[in-house]
Design a protein around this ligand. Sequence first.
Ligand code: F6P
Length: 352
Amino acid sequence: MRTMASRVGILTGGGDCPGLNAVIRAVARRSLDRGWDVVGVREGWRGLVEGKYDAPLGYREISGLLPRGGTILGTSRTNPYKIEGGVEAVLENFAAIELQALVAIGGEDTLGVAARLHEEHALPVVGVPKTIDNDLSATDYTFGFDTAVWVCAEAIDRLHTTAESHNRVMVVEVMGRHTGWIAVMSGIAGGADVILIPEQPITVEQACRDIERRHARGKDFSIVVVSEGYELTYETGKRRRVMQSAPIDEFGHVRLGGVGEVLAKDIEERTGFETRVTVLGHVQRGGSPTPRDRVLATRYGLKAADLVHEGRFGQMAALHGDAIVDVPLKDAVAELKTVPPDWYAVAQAFFG
Ligand code: F6P
């Protein structure tokens, strides 16, 4: 008689980010060591809606994953709750693949679905917090964020030298759909002269005054970092959100991008300083994770495997200070973690 090993599935959902493969490796390694079968579900929740999954992952398949960017499982922004029969299909495929547990690696959207499926259908799922935006509550940091900040800070360093050569204002647009974590951290690290974020929208006029003050002190160039989610805000009270004309995705998000271009024009018109714009875009999400993200992803992955093994479902691995703990999934998705005023104040100390 064949005795079936317990089987855990892993899926990665939402925007990809560096460190996903490191989590997959850690979950699989620890689970395999304990005698579990490990199955990679393809393309996030779509894999469970459509029954797409890989042959079981073994030691050979997870070898070499630690430094690799992207996700070997693929990802999507599929929301089973927005598809007719989607939730039923997830539950049926979960049973058909003979899973006893699932590790969902994702941000607010992917984990929001996980939390609901656990609450409403007792799906045995644990979460791992992923997003370059770092906007998930109940954890100090998500993996992927450090790499994105590193990419942006490096770009800001490079833009400094060319800005200085040409006496230009350089506007750098970075990601951050709802929050300014990437802008604030990379701006502090790169020595930005003004940083504009969604949570604390200073006006365009104020940004121009900061730049003019700096130039009056004899600095002929400036670096301005802006989050893609910053709403252009003017002293007249007018506000303008810049987005691309794309349809809303299954989680209700518009496609952002382009605020840097409008801001650069505004700055040039108001200050008379020659201005250029750089949009860093998906470069922030690609490539190899930093050592910090590799370590964080690895610790999260081991914790998720432990939670599965202990049958502690509905929980998410989280970082509190230096410790890896677990928190209820529903707490992590209850609200966004925004940049607190004291973090923004650190950046503001160097404006102008
Ligand atoms: O949520 C992560 C993120 O990178 C956001 O910062 C950004 O707005 C969005 O994803 C971009 O998504 P897409 O990959 O669909 O262009």
